[in-house]
Design a protein around this ligand. Structure first.
Ligand SMILES: [Zn+2]
Length: 136
């Protein structure tokens, strides 16, 4: 079995706010990330699949096809979007890096013919904001 990783990047905005909590509790828990106007990040995504190498093609999976699937299922939906307001799965789940990774897993699972989705890694880059969210 061979592991194969493909990287993709997208930019999106989000905020962390739980309506069940008070304003003060949201600020205590999420710091400046609780600002409902949102803020942006550049995200890096790594998708790892596992499978056997096809003896004819030499591929586990065609990287061009894997790129297309990631583009169609994730980048086209998340890139330059406000995750809280525009992406269905974050209407009910906080768009933390952890929940983004779970949502991406669900979007990609069973979509990659001939290989098994093995790992989804999401990095939140702080370019547009001084700190990583979660370090409030
Ligand atoms: Zn953030």
């Amino acid at each position: 079995m061979v592991l194969l990783t493909r990287r993709a990047d997208f930019s999106a905005s989000h905020f962390y706010y739980d309506d069940a909590l008070s304003e003060a509790e949201n600020v205590r828990l999420f710091g400046k990330c609780a600002n409902r106007n949102g803020h942006g990040h550049n995200y890096t995504l790594e998708v790892t699949v596992a499978g056997a190498v096809d003896p004819v093609s030499g591929f586990v999976v065609d990287l061009k096809r894997l790129k297309e699937i990631i583009q169609q299922e994730v980048v086209a939906v998340y890139d330059h979007r406000h995750l809280n307001l525009e992406v269905p799965e974050f209407k009910t789940a906080m768009p933390t890096t952890e929940n983004i990774a779970i949502a991406i897993w669900r979007r990609l699972e069973n979509k990659i013919d001939g290989a098994k989705l093995t790992r989804v890694r999401v990095y939140e880059m702080p370019d547009l904001y001084a700190d990583y969210c979660g370090e409030a």
